[in-house]
Design a protein around this ligand. Structure first.
Ligand SMILES: [Zn+2]
Length: 484
């Protein structure tokens, strides 16, 4: 996400025991879970009705008896305990007054039983018919309806578009303690998920265009609707933005086809330059971009931008300079979040800090955009020191530790200064200590070793420490001991 910044009218949990057989397959394909999603948008009802055939591949070393999915859409419901948007941003987000949505799971087939639970009706728990052993698969089919709130946010209907981030049940990432169940936090990006393959089909009113994470495979019209099928491999999410007002412009960046989606009369040329040049710069500097397409989508948001694999949402009210900066930042997340995952709930600095610092490096190498490394560092130091001074006054002592649960930040202001600004300053300090050659070799090595995985912070530090005696510097920043 870029700085500034969340389902339902649904029935609550329905408990059902359905006597279907879990399909186990000992010859698992490619060792990757797969989502086959078919979803239909109803513009009159503001709903998306979906069916997901989910094939779970057990890549853990444990026997798995139940699967747990995030139902992110439920954060938008009226009685949600964890609000998707902070009070500070609510008026920007709810452009037509307070509005609610929600996500109802209607049935799950291929399992012994299922229920909706979690801290805030945010988890779908599916009990399998029989355990899935390592390297085996199991398939379940989930039917659901997403009721979309009128909100300028990741998931919602805006005045000109339909933002479909986190629209389907997403398998929780698995850790040594089991599936990671996280409620929605208005701070940051509370999503942790494993890479999987996607086969997604949208049926829309035919005047609509869909910007998606996937590569288009086929398209057909029937009556008033158009049905389009997309494919995306090795991605930890799949997002889309719909509109009946989109114009598009395309350009190739290396092997990737970049498409900008925008409404209005002014073609975003400089923004397209930034999208393509940053994609090429990060590919050269860290490692090759993995996906065949990238959709850069201008859409109403209450924050500056939001990243998904192969798709970024960019706030359509930013001026050209802020758009360019946000595009460079969100594109960096294709490396730090999409291809290299991390625990965004507890270690947000890991992707946000690296994304911010990668953005600085991009502009340092592309001075024509008018941003300099010096000004970026100066801005981060000034903002961080102001935060530190204010929070020292308010709390007696500012908490400057970086590895923290999103729920432990007192405000978005604190979150931004710790995850983004202090994160940026930490990587700058490391680069200054190591020198450019070792610093970028370490970043490349971290990328190469962790593609399509979720990397722990210690893993990140180890790649820099392998190049230079730098572990103490990272520790002093992360533990809040360094004075900035
Ligand atoms: Zn970000």
């Amino acid at each position: 996400m870029k700085k500034t910044f969340i389902i339902l009218a649904a029935a609550t949990a329905v408990l059902a025991a359905l006597p279907f057989t879990t399909a186990c397959n000992r010859n698992a394909q490619q060792g990757t879970s797969k989502y086959v999603i078919s979803a239909t948008y109803d513009e009159k009802e503001n709903t998306l009705t979906g069916v997901t055939d989910f094939t779970f591949y057990n890549s853990t070393e444990n026997e798995i008896s139940d699967l747990q999915f995030n139902i992110w859409g439920n954060a938008y419901r009226k009685d949600a305990k964890f609000k998707p948007v902070s009070d500070a941003l609510a008026s920007k987000a709810y452009y037509a007054g307070t509005s609610y949505g929600g996500e109802t799971v209607e049935k799950v087939e291929g399992c012994a039983s299922w229920e909706i639970g979690g801290e805030d009706q945010n988890i779908l728990n599916v009990v399998l018919n029989s355990p899935v052993y390592p390297e085996q698969t199991a398939k379940v089919t989930i039917s659901y309806t997403l009721d979309l709130a009128k909100i300028n946010h990741r998931t919602g209907v805006t005045a000109s578009t339909v933002n479909l981030g986190n629209f389907y049940p997403v398998l929780c990432a698995y850790s040594q303690e089991g599936f990671i169940k996280t409620p929605y936090y208005s701070n940051g990006d509370p999503f942790v998920s494993e890479c999987a393959d996607y086969d997604v089909t949208f049926t829309l009113p035919k005047q609509y265009t869909a910007a998606t994470s996937g590569k288009e495979l086929s398209r057909s019209e029937s009556g008033d609707n158009v049905t389009t099928r997309y494919e995306l491999k090795k991605a930890r999410d799949f997002a889309a933005v719909l509109s009946d007002k989109f114009k598009t412009v395309k350009r190739d960046a290396g092997k990737c086809e970049v498409t900008l989606y925008y409404c209005g009369d002014s073609e975003p040329k400089r923004e397209m330059d930034a999208a393509c040049e940053s994609l090429e710069y990060y590919s050269r500097t860290f490692g090759e971009y993995a996906y065949p397409t990238l959709s850069v989508v201008f859409t109403p948001l209450c924050v500056s931008g939001m990243e998904y694999p192969a798709l970024t949402m960019i706030n359509n009210t930013l001026d050209e300079a802020d758009s360019v900066y946000t595009i460079a930042h969100e594109n960096a997340h294709q490396w730090w979040y999409a291809m290299i995952g991390n625990d965004q709930v507890n270690c947000a600095w890991q992707d946000e800090g690296l994304a911010e610092y990668s953005t600085v490096c991009f502009f340092e190498n592309h001075p024509s955009y008018g941003f300099t490394r010096t000004s970026a560092l100066g801005g981060a130091i000034k903002a961080y020191r102001a935060y530190y001074s204010v929070y020292n006054q308010i709390f007696g002592k500012a908490d400057t530790t970086m590895t923290r649960n999103l729920g432990e930040f007192a405000s978005e202001y604190e979150y931004v200064n710790i995850a983004y600004n202090k994160g940026l300053l930490m990587f700058e300090a490391a680069r200054s200590a190591m020198g450019d050659k070792k610093f970028f070799a370490a970043a490349k090595s971290y990328f190469e070793s962790n593609r399509f995985k979720i990397a722990a912070p210690e893993e990140l530090v180890s790649h820099f420490a392998a190049q230079h005696d730098i572990e103490g510097l990272f520790t002093s920043y992360i533990e809040g001991k360094v004075i900035i």
